[in-house]
Write a protein that binds this ligand. Structure first.
Ligand SMILES: Cc1ncc(COP(=O)(O)O)c(C=O)c1O
Length: 461
């Protein structure tokens, strides 16, 4: 006998039957999406009209002529012009599971048939409890103390919450450290953390940030010494004024620049001496290295005070130690996420944890190696056209045409036309082209084919 009405409802055999029918229909239709396909000329006019309409309503054209139909198959996505493309950027690192993933769809159906669209901080369903538990449990696996989890609806908001927690804990300190060329989001606060002038042009100043140069693998000790020196100089200039240090351990938006444990440890030592909180922004790195969290990959568990996640996690979150618990009143928001989103988030995270993705021999590492080997081969044949690859795990980048920005843009556009979605990381010190592949849906054969398309596209430019 069911103890709650819900138990009876969610286990009703009619629901099982309905879900089975949906999955059957999906399988039947998505089997037709099994490779790159050009656009259907008959749809050109209606597609162009639709793109213009969207551009008009949003006040500017889309970066790519991308409007999806709502169906895909693993790494393949169908667009409304009838074309099928390899999605190797996944909405800048969101569709970790690929397109129309059956497990994720089932999780979402379970969420969608629950009582509300959105869960909020005042009223949460039991699914939220499960999600909080998996975040907290996995984050503390190797001894980190960041067991508290506050859900939010964007990476920037997760970062805002992290900053609020740290500023309150270190009050009245009012400055922050960040790495040069970092990306932290686009709220008014984060626009002043993100190290890009264009992203805050015309905005009033919100946070005083002092920038530290990032790790340089070509100058290991030199870059460590330089960063520590700059940090100490700022601390001397503004004694007691720094509340925290936001660290992206692998700089994603800047083009997948990878840090180093010794580099981070040296800076963290200065933080600890000076009562500066250590915050790790994992909005892009979550579930993309050999460990679920990049701070675990770099073995920084004992040092982190606050961590933020987003993108792959489907629901964003701020994790923090007991020592950094905010006082009542500091944090609340209406939404934690939709019921479908929360169920999908739990599904994705538990799949990654259970499913052979992590570790030195996990899927993430295997996909990385295959991608790296293929790109190295292309680079050997075309040294003037492609260099790299760079990155780590499921963050892969390369330089085309020596990082020339207009040529890199022309390349990504042509690559899109030829059937592969990538994205640019502009400018510092050279433009890179990067990939955030759908790890759960990608196989080595897909990477081989994507690389064939990359080589073909290079030849065409
Ligand atoms: C490292 C990092 N932090 C924060 C953000 C902001 O996340 P969102 O776009 O969900 O606000 C991003 C987004 O790209 C990111 O890469």
């Amino acid at each position: 006998m069911a103890k709650t009405i819900a138990e009876g409802f969610f286990n009703d055999p009619r629901l099982e039957k309905a879900k089975k029918l949906i999955q059957e229909a999906l399988t039947e239709h998505q089997t037709h999406i099994n490779g790159v396909k050009p656009a259907n000329p008959e749809l050109k006019e209606s597609y162009d009209t639709l793109l213009k309409k969207v551009a008009g309503f949003r006040g500017g054209a889309l970066f790519y002529n991308y409007l999806g139909t709502g169906i895909g198959n693993g790494p393949f996505v169908e667009l409304a012009d009838g074309s099928v493309k390899y999605d190797f950027i996944t909405g800048i690192g969101v569709h970790y599971m690929g397109h129309s993933h059956h497990g994720v769809i089932e999780a979402q159906i379970n969420g969608a048939i629950s009582n509300t669209v959105m869960n909020g901080h005042l009223q949460q369903n039991v699914d939220t409890a499960q999600l909080l538990e998996i975040f907290s449990h996995e984050a503390c696996k190797y001894g980190a103390g960041i067991k508290n989890v506050f859900l939010s609806t964007s990476g920037a908001m997760a970062n805002e919450n992290a900053f609020k927690i740290i500023f309150q804990r270190r009050s009245p300190a009012s400055r922050f450290f960040a790495f040069e060329k970092c990306f932290a989001g686009r709220t008014l606060g984060m626009a002043w953390v993100t190290d890009k002038a264009a992203y805050r042009a015309g905005l009033p100043k919100t946070i005083d940030v002092d920038y530290i140069p990032f790790y340089d693998a070509n100058n290991h000790q030199g870059s460590i010494d330089a960063a520590v020196k700059v940090m100490k100089k700022y601390i001397t200039r503004f004694p007691g004024h720094h509340a925290g240090f936001i660290m992206e351990l692998i700089q994603g938006e800047n083009g997948s620049w990878v840090g180093h444990t010794e580099f981070f440890e040296a800076l963290i030592a200065v933080c600890k001496e000076s009562n500066i909180s250590v915050m790790v922004d994992e909005v892009q790195t979550f579930a993309r290295t050999s460990e679920l969290f990049a701070f675990q990959h770099f073995k920084l568990d004992k040092h982190v005070d606050v961590v933020t996640v987003g993108k792959n996690s489907q629901v964003c979150a701020t994790l923090f130690t007991d020592d950094h618990k905010p006082k009542p009143g500091l944090m609340s928001q209406t939404f934690t996420g939709s019921a479908a989103q929360i169920a999908a988030s739990h599904y994705v995270i538990s799949s990654v944890v259970k499913g052979g993705y992590l570790g030195e021999n996990g899927k993430i590492e295997k996909l990385h190696n295959r991608f790296k080997q293929n790109l190295e081969k292309i680079s050997k044949k075309n040294p003037e056209k492609l260099s790299g690859p760079y990155g780590i795990g499921a963050m892969v980048a390369m330089t085309v045409f020596a990082g020339d920005e207009p040529k890199s843009k022309a390349f990504t556009m042509k690559l899109f036309e030829n059937g592969v979605l990538s994205f640019m990381a502009s400018g510092h010190p050279t433009t890179r082209v990067r990939f955030l592949m759908p790890v759960m849906a990608t196989e080595e054969k897909h990477i081989d084919e994507v690389c064939e398309i990359i080589e073909k596209t290079l030849a065409e430019i």
